[in-house]
Design a protein around this ligand. Structure first.
Ligand SMILES: *Cc1c(COP(=O)(O)O)cnc(C)c1O
Length: 402
């Protein structure tokens, strides 16, 4: 057989910080026959999917669903609300923040990236300071990544909102939730976010292919006079069609069937329980990393990501070698280091649909991969994780923090 590889028995552990494992219930919903996207059955699906996703964003406003990866929704947020040459203030949390910045420049905006060290969260004070200096009000939007997937650092979005308000600045607040939506507490309306960007393949437990923009009234108002060129991403056309239960072009029908099921699962568990489950898995993973004797890429105890842990290898040790043994010997995929962290960190994903057994299996397999790769470490990481999950070891300060 062409391309046939040696069979790896047992379930593959897809422990990336996205895409994540799609649960059976969602797979079955996606596998149902494709329906007419202009028929009555589809209208019900649109209404239910839109209502459900609004609850996930905790907003009573509009949410747009695109058939695209998260990158498309990044672009959609900018082209709908801004005009050519607008200044945009961004913050360098890591690889994803720099990609969003590059996209902004390519489409004709003038992004300014506040430099960061890829190990700490957004400094809301620095954003407030920059906005106070902007007397001419050239900055039209502040864009930050909630959970920086390249580093495992989560930022405080409510603090960014306060900084903008305290500076008395009218800029829109745009946030990237691609790896935090449905995994880390997020409150669109309460936190006063204008545009939130989401994706399907991380906390929402779906395959890649759907993305989201959650809007505020202020963002909608801005879109009416915004002049960047847009067609496929146009909020106005989408909202008009959605109001009738349809889409302006063929939507990702089967993924929408999966979305409805995934949202039902999240609601059955309860969003707060989902968030707590992610914090526990993260604390258990960090307990193991500390026992192994490694540093996490995040070095702010209050900002550790609940959805992934980026593990720094000592100088001269290849992180990719650990990932290779994880794949070859343990049938497990770990995330690679991105950008300046290439081969320096590996990333353990703990988001989406997982149990304690899966978290412990991942940690044990990572410990085995370290041994297979000949990387010097203290053993006992798995025991440390069990102790944390069973409450025999108290969480360290910040370990269970949101
Ligand atoms: C995954 C991710 C993206 C990019 O999403 P794609 O679906 O790959 O286009 C953007 N931002 C963050 C924070 C991500 O984790």
């Amino acid at each position: 057989m062409i391309g046939h590889q040696t069979r790896r028995p047992g379930a593959h552990f897809l422990q990336l910080p996205g895409p994540t494992t799609t649960p059976q219930r969602v797979m079955e919903a996606i596998a149902r026959p494709t329906i007419n996207h202009r028929g009555p059955e589809f209208r019900d699906l649109t209404v239910e999917a839109l209502e459900g996703i609004r609850a996930i964003f905790r907003t009573s406003g509009s949410v747009i669903i695109y058939p695209s990866s998260g990158t498309g929704a990044w672009e959609a947020a900018l082209v709908n609300a801004l005009s050519p040459g607008d200044a945009v203030l961004m913050y360098e949390t890591g690889w994803f923040s720099t990609l969003w910045c590059r996209l902004a420049r390519k489409i004709g905006l003038e992004p300014e990236l506040i430099p960061g060290d890829w190990r700490t969260p957004v400094d809301a004070e620095a954003i407030g300071q920059r906005l106070r200096e902007d007397k001419a009000r050239r900055i039209k939007a502040v864009c930050v990544v909630h959970n920086e997937t390249s580093t495992g650092v989560t930022s405080d979005l409510a603090a960014v909102r306060r900084a903008i308000d305290e500076a008395g600045h009218p800029a829109l607040l745009m946030v990237d939730l691609v790896s935090s939506l449905a995994s880390i507490d997020y409150r669109h309306d309460e936190w006063g976010v204008d545009v939130a960007v989401g994706g399907s393949q991380k906390g929402l437990m779906l395959p890649p292919g759907l993305s989201f923009n959650a809007l505020s009234d202020k963002a909608l108002a801005a879109s009416r006079s915004a002049r960047l060129t847009r067609s496929y991403w146009d909020w106005a056309e989408m909202l008009e069609a959605n109001a009738r239960g349809f889409f302006p072009y063929t939507p990702a029908i089967n993924l929408l069937q999966g979305l409805r099921e995934a949202i039902a699962m999240l609601q059955e568990e309860g969003l707060d329980a989902v968030f707590a489950r992610h914090r526990r898995a993260a604390a258990a993973t960090r307990a193991a990393v500390a026992q192994w004797g490694f540093e996490t890429q995040c070095r702010d105890a209050a900002a550790h990501s609940p959805v992934l842990t980026a593990v720094r290898m000592p100088d001269g040790v290849s992180a990719d070698a650990v990932r290779e043994s994880a794949l070859e010997r343990c049938n497990m995929s770990l995330g690679n280091g991105l950008g300046q962290l290439d081969d320096k960190v590996f990333r353990i994903g703990h988001l989406g649909d997982f149990s304690d057994a899966l978290v412990l299996g991942t940690i044990a397999a990572t410990e085995a991969a370290l041994a297979f790769a000949g990387v010097s470490h203290r053993t006992g990481g798995t025991e440390a994780a069990i102790a944390l999950l069973t409450g025999q070891r108290a969480a360290q300060p910040g370990e269970l923090a949101a």
